[in-house]
Design a protein around this ligand. Structure first.
Ligand code: SF4
Ligand code: SF4
Ligand code: SF4
Length: 636
């Protein structure tokens, strides 16, 4: 009798009841499904994984150097830039292992899954069993995400890089790193990221909500699983009791699949082995045989879905809109988090839409609407949904302005070195550039005024617009604000630009401080070293300036500007022999480009090295007589 009741329950589930409870009072539970023994081992494996991750971070903090992050997302840098890192090796091995054994890496080796399991466990403790949301279209999101993350970089390179690097980039070794956290979001972003991708997706979309509808790695793992001969298989001992299906948190209809195909074919199966452990007849086992792709699908198992086809289409549009709205907004929301947000927005929109159309609707144990009347809890749901969707719309509006500001920024043609070689770059700007500067400023200012957070990248770009349009003070202030929110290379560059502009303003003390900070962030930023020498020279600390330029030249003997600066300094100090060595070195590496000579001339003129500056001005005029007209515009 017990197994008959369980069988009915499973029948319901297999035929698609979306909100089937497997909670304390469900018939399946009453029928006494035995506890999974493997779940404890899996919990232990996931705890150890998290401890290992923490140990990795601690080791880096103590020693300042460590193995690069063992994260699949790091593979993007290998594909884009040829940087071989630990993440790429891990992801390649994980895909290879999945091709043979199936999706074990997901079930036993993923920290996001650990978080989802933890959240599911917590919800069950308070009597809420996460219900799976089933969609026909959204299940393709992980694969599309994976293609975007891992295939698109290669396609892009094919059309943009020289022939030798089209398919395979030049590989470099990035197995060990000092900047472990550089490619990760800040802690302030990581916390909402984990909350949204772990807790909220589980609450709204089911225990594997993020895996099923958002995770791009899962897109490839699911695909690889279809090729794998390693599967959960069944013996003749199965009596279709359904305990396996009731236990599976990946929403696999195990009893039906093993009956139909003799094995679990659903690529969502993460090989957690719970079904094997709970089967009362020990009918399930992990074994090798035919992969899913070779199984005839003539009598595919029918699935019921949470939404109708029209809701699917609306959902797909909402998903895309929400994803585009939040991805990269404020330069804060990373790709995976945007996918997680979009799934939640889609669910909330569809559920709210249904709330207004249906006569009865519930969510978990909450009765949102009954007999055509929306109850208090229903209005609370609507309020939350409106707030969430409203936040998405606002983010989309901000993102729109950030995008247009960014587009205007891309259209600015004046090279940085030329613009920064003088206090006022206005004479070098074309009318189209002036228009783009105004346009870009307008959009970035709107985003900054109405945005909820400051966008550090937009701040740097706005600072550039301000500098080009002559507001150097505001530019310096904005670069300071940007640097305070940045890290690594971005921070170093903002500080370098700030120091350079301060040099042009004659505030050499402040310039030197800013450039020192830039060099503390990235000691290999040669541009900052050349510029720091300039601050020191103009502060009258000439020997220190020579030492800084010499250091730059030691790091790169072909530096044209630093060699010229050294030649000019040594001439000034009547060290003519040394001056001619550096001048010759500079001349050997100087491209015969009038703009280049003009920039060198301006930089030397700033330093009072007029004789050498004149040589470059003359060469520029010789190469392009139009430059004669520029003489009147060059700073005195
Ligand atoms: S699908 Fe993604 S989030 Fe889910 S377990 Fe696999 S790798 Fe982790
Ligand atoms: S495989 Fe085991 S648990 Fe699943 S339906 Fe068959 S007998 Fe029941
Ligand atoms: S089918 Fe079995 S092994 Fe696969 S995820 Fe479900 S319970 Fe785990």
């Amino acid at each position: 009798m017990k197994s008959r009741r369980a069988s009915l329950e499973v029948k319901n589930r297999g035929s698609g009841s979306q909100h089937l409870g497997i909670g304390k009072n469900s018939p399946v539970q009453k029928s006494g499904i035995r506890k999974s023994k493997t779940s404890r081992w899996r919990a232990l494996a996931l705890i150890l994984l998290n401890l290992f991750m923490i140990a990795h971070i601690i080791q880096w903090r103590i020693m300042g150097k460590t193995v690069s992050p063992i994260e699949p997302s790091e593979t993007m840098y290998t594909l884009q830039q040829g940087a071989i890192n630990a993440g790429f090796i891990f992801f390649s091995l994980a895909i290879l292992a999945t091709l043979i054994f199936g999706r074990f890496v997901c079930g036993w080796g993923c920290h996001i899954l650990a978080l989802q399991d933890f959240c599911g466990w917590m919800l069950k403790k308070i009597g809420l069993t996460p219900k799976p949301f089933r969609s026909r279209l959204l299940v393709y999101v992980p694969l599309i995400g994976a293609l975007y993350m891992f295939v698109w970089p290669t396609v892009y390179r094919f059309f943009t890089k020289p022939e030798t690097e089209r398919l395979i980039p030049k590989f470099t070794n990035h197995l060990v790193t000092t900047s472990f956290w550089e490619t990760f979001p800040s802690v302030a972003v990581a916390i909402p990221f984990l909350f949204i991708c772990g807790f909220m997706t589980v609450y709204f979309l089911g225990q594997k909500g993020f895996c099923t509808y958002a995770c791009p790695y899962g897109g490839f793992f699911g695909l690889a699983d279809k090729f794998s001969p390693g599967k959960i298989r069944v013996t003749d001992a199965c009596n279709q009791c359904g305990h396996c299906t009731a236990t599976c948190t990946s929403n696999v209809v195990v009893h039906a699949e093993v009956k139909q195909y003799g094995m679990v074919v659903d690529p969502g199966c993460m090989k957690c082995m719970d079904c094997v452990s709970v089967c009362p007849n020990d009918a399930l086992y992990f074994g090798f045989g035919k992969p899913t792709l070779l199984v005839p699908k003539s009598n595919a198992i029918k699935r019921n879905y949470s939404v109708t086809w029209s809701e699917e289409i609306v959902g797909a549009v909402v998903f895309l809109g929400s994803f585009l709205a939040v991805r990269g907004v404020y330069a804060l929301v990373p790709f995976l988090m945007a996918l997680g947000c979009a799934t939640i927005t889609t669910f909330l929109t569809l559920k709210t839409w249904r709330l207004f159309r249906a006569n009865e609707l519930s969510f978990y144990r909450f009765n949102l609407k009954s007999s055509g009347r929306i109850r208090k809890v229903g209005w609370a749901f609507v309020a939350f949904s409106v707030a969430w969707v409203g936040l998405n719309v606002h983010s989309g509006w901000i993102r729109y302005h950030e995008y247009l500001g960014d587009r205007a920024f891309q259209k600015i043609q004046i090279p940085d070195e030329l613009a920064l070689a003088q206090k006022d770059p206005a004479p070098w700007l074309s009318p189209i550039e002036r228009e783009n500067i105004l346009e870009g400023k307008k959009h970035f200012q709107t985003a900054s005024t109405f945005g909820l957070f400051a966008n550090r990248e937009a701040l740097s770009k706005l600072a550039w617009f301000e500098y080009l349009s002559g507001d150097t003070e505001r530019s310096v202030a904005l670069l300071g604000q940007a640097a305070a929110r940045q890290k690594g290379q971005g921070k170093a560059l903002s500080l370098y630009y700030r120091g350079t502009i301060l040099n042009r303003l004659g505030r050499y003390d402040q310039a030197q401080l800013s450039l020192d900070e830039a060099l503390a962030e990235r000691s290999d930023l040669i541009l900052a070293r050349q510029e720091k020498g300039e601050s020191l020279w103009l502060l009258g600390r000439r020997e220190e300036a020579i030492s800084v330029w010499s250091d730059a030249v030691q790091r790169n003997p072909h530096l044209v500007l630093a060699n010229n600066q050294l030649a000019g300094a040594e001439r000034t100090l009547a060290r003519f022999q040394e001056a001619s060595v550096h001048e010759n070195k500079a001349d050997q590496s100087t491209p015969d480009n009038p703009h280049f000579h003009w920039v060198i001339g301006l930089r030397l003129q700033n330093l009072g090295m007029t004789e050498l500056a004149e040589k470059h001005f003359q060469r520029a005029i010789q190469l392009d007589p139009q430059f004669q007209l520029r003489r009147g515009n060059s700073p005195q």
